[in-house]
Design a binder for this molecule. Structure first.
Ligand code: FES
Ligand SMILES: [Fe+2]
Length: 362
């Protein structure tokens, strides 16, 4: 019998998930489908599939979902996201990025168009009812925001439902000018349950205690969280001479000096918007106590890189890692059961725990 978790919807009464959640192997396993397979995952940007004929295989959340998919741009200049698994006997179709007019399985020669449609197969003349709909490559739901691409194995909600409130809230950002900056992208291996990493991300409560340099750049008193159905947005106003956004009149933040917008989408998507661009953090559980975090940087204004709140992301990350790894060790203590939420500072973790518990109970 699977453990049951409940979180009071009223933050002023609610307790956190109990410590045992973080070592519950069954909950971790169930989370793969309940949380991750049904979510939208960042898969890269348009520049990878710029020209017709380009084919780029991708693994959806390697180490967790391991779902082989492939991005293609066909001769009509249409972008497709397809299953990268041959419909004959399940061979992985493309093994590396290439330029092709069609996809041919090297096991027994089945051929598909770049739109995923079955084209031909040797030795199948006598097969009855062949080809049928199931012989085409499955289409994988694909979505785009500016140059950024997202895919989902079996979405629990449309991309518009999940990301719409954020896309509307920050529609004025020059996202289309953002360019991938591979030199600044980083990967971190964190020895903790992935949910502890997310918990930490979801509150600014610890900033004055843990992040001295960041605390000097933002006005902690104005730090706040706006909650959406599928995620939330943390907003930090700038302090002193720190570079900030200048939101247009169409924004509810017009007139405010916003230092950063930190968006989290359930369960593992983090989009951190700074005056210079966006840092995308993808949280990837590799096991119940090991999490890989990728920082992928897109820049639209290089000149602002040095003087904003997002200037030294590596330092902030190391400060966070140290804390969550200590929580990982503390949370299993025989003397710890569960905690409470600050009603003014922990709306994010409260929302996250509710979402985790509700989806497991489903
Ligand atoms: S598995 Fe692809 S043709 Fe047989
Ligand atoms: Fe932090």
């Amino acid at each position: 019998m699977a453990a049951r978790y409940t979180i009071d919807p009223d933050i002023s009464r609610a307790s956190t998930l109990p410590g045992r959640y973080y070592s519950d192997a069954e909950a971790f396993e169930r989370g793969k489908e309940k949380y991750f397979a049904s979510s939208w995952q960042f898969i890269g940007d348009e520049s990878h599939v710029k020209a017709p004929g380009q084919v780029v295989p991708i693994e959806l959340l390697p180490g967790l979902l391991d779902e082989p998919i492939v991005l293609t741009r066909d001769a009509n200049d249409t972008l497709h996201c397809l299953s990268n698994v041959c419909t004959h006997r399940g061979m992985k179709l493309c093994e590396g990025p290439c330029n092709e007019r069609f996809l041919r399985c090297r096991y027994h020669g089945r051929r598909f168009g770049l739109d995923g449609r079955f084209q031909s197969m040797p030795e199948f003349e006598q097969a009855v009812g062949f080809p049928s709909e199931t012989d085409h490559l499955a289409k994988v739901p694909l979505a785009q925001w500016g140059p950024l691409l997202f895919a989902s194995a079996k979405p629990a909600a449309t991309f518009e439902t999940m990301m719409g409130p954020l896309m509307k809230r920050l529609a004025w950002l020059p996202l289309n000018d953002a360019r991938h900056d591979a030199s600044q992208s980083r990967e971190y291996m964190v020895r903790c349950h992935w949910s502890l990493y997310v918990d930490n991300y979801l509150e600014g409560f610890h900033i004055p205690f843990i992040h001295g340099a960041l605390n000097d750049a933002i006005d902690y008193e104005t730090y706040r969280t706006e909650v959406f159905d599928w995620g939330n947005l943390q907003i930090a106003e700038a302090k002193g001479a720190t570079t900030s956004f200048d939101p247009p009149t169409s924004s509810p933040d017009h007139g405010l000096r916003i230092s950063a917008y930190y968006y989290w989408g359930f369960p593992n998507l983090m989009l951190n918007f700074y005056p210079w661009g966006v840092s995308i953090n993808v949280v990837r559980p590799l096991s119940i106590d090991t999490t890989k975090v990728s920082f992928i940087r897109y820049v639209w204004d290089e000149s602002k890189l040095a003087q904003s709140a997002g200037a030294d992301l590596d330092r902030v990350e190391r400060e966070d890692e140290q804390v969550v790894e200590l929580v990982q060790r503390g949370i299993h203590s025989r003397f710890y059961s569960r905690g409470r939420f600050s009603p003014t500072r922990e709306q994010g973790p409260h929302q996250f725990h509710r979402m985790l518990a509700e989806r497991l109970a489903d």
